[in-house]
Design a protein around this ligand. Structure first.
Ligand code: HEM
Ligand code: HEM
Length: 228
């Protein structure tokens, strides 16, 4: 089973990068590229930064303990890498939110009317709280071992759940943006790009969750490290 780890980790990278690449192609080739001026080009930064942050960085951050497992990397270095990747993901998501809210305000479009926006705001808020709790409990000031152990199962559960919610949000966002174009049912080229991006994104999340929830891919035990 452990032999499967490397092929799966490589496949995850291919799917994750395909998602980012296709969203970029869609925004640049079919939707006029990027700007920061309140126009629809500013909106285009929203999907782009969301998939880089809340999909690609996030997914990689949570398999980093498995990737470095058994490689003798210092525990603190792995923790810092896990934290810094999540921090980068969070920063991307905040800029992506500012981009879409400013775009809506500049064009008198109401905020927070869709299911996508509700799921999206829940994703970002829960992700921010997870980052804060993870930081305080595991890094600084770092709670005593008893509390770290107690919190660990919730940390892992929400770490996986929020990634699933981010995936659902991405799918809704892609569907909505394609529908706004008005020609979705004519199967335009942009729809193929968007649909493949969404499918690659779900494939990426599936492999990440498979890795993170599979005990065969944990090549260390808590007894051999500093107990979390
Ligand atoms: C996990 C990733 C994402 C999150 C957390 C997220 C979150 C949000 C939020 C909170 C809004 C509401 C903004 C407002 O009301 O002013 C919004 C709007 C929007 N997003 Fe996303 N988004 C994500 C990914 C995407 C993707 C990949 C697309 C695909 C193109 C997309 C398309 C849209 C569209 C079209 C709107 C405007 C319509 C609406 O408010 O539903 N989003 N997003
Ligand atoms: C939004 C932010 C975060 C998310 C989504 C998240 C998610 C996760 C997930 C899914 C795991 C399970 C990994 C595995 O079993 O291999 C995990 C493990 C862990 N996380 Fe986080 N985490 C976040 C922030 C943090 C922060 C800031 C710290 C502090 C350094 C931290 C410390 C840890 C530790 C110590 C583990 C246990 C790793 C092990 O030995 O298996 N996390 N996290």
């Amino acid at each position: 089973m452990a032999l499967l780890f490397i092929p799966l980790a490589v496949l995850a990278q291919i799917l994750g990068l395909t998602t980012v690449a296709l969203i970029s192609v869609w925004m640049i080739k079919y939707l006029d590229g990027f700007a920061w001026d309140g126009s629809s080009q500013q909106f285009n930064l929203h999907p782009f930064l969301m998939v880089i942050g809340l999909i690609y960085f996030y997914g990689n951050a949570i398999i980093i303990y498995r990737i470095t497992s058994g490689l003798n990397v210092p525990r603190l270095a792995v923790k810092l890498a896990h934290f810094i990747l999540q921090l980068c993901a969070f920063i991307c998501s905040i800029i992506a939110l500012v981009a879409v809210f400013q775009f809506h305000n500049a064009n008198q479009i109401p905020n927070m009317y869709s299911m996508h926006s509700w799921a999206g705001i829940a994703t970002v808020v829960m992700f921010g709280l997870q980052l804060l709790f993870g930081f305080l409990i595991f890094l600084f000031p770092k709670l005593p071992e008893r509390y770290r152990t107690l919190y660990m199962s919730s940390h892992i559960f929400f770490g996986v759940f929020i990634l699933g919610l981010a995936g659902a949000t991405v799918l809704m966002g892609i569907g909505e943006k394609l529908a706004f174009a008005g020609n979705y049912s004519e199967f335009p080229k942009a729809a193929i790009v968007g649909n493949v991006a969404g499918s690659a994104c779900i494939g990426f999340i599936c492999i990440i969750i498979f890795i993170v929830t599979n005990p065969n891919f944990k090549f260390h035990s808590y007894e051999h490290v500093d107990k979390l």
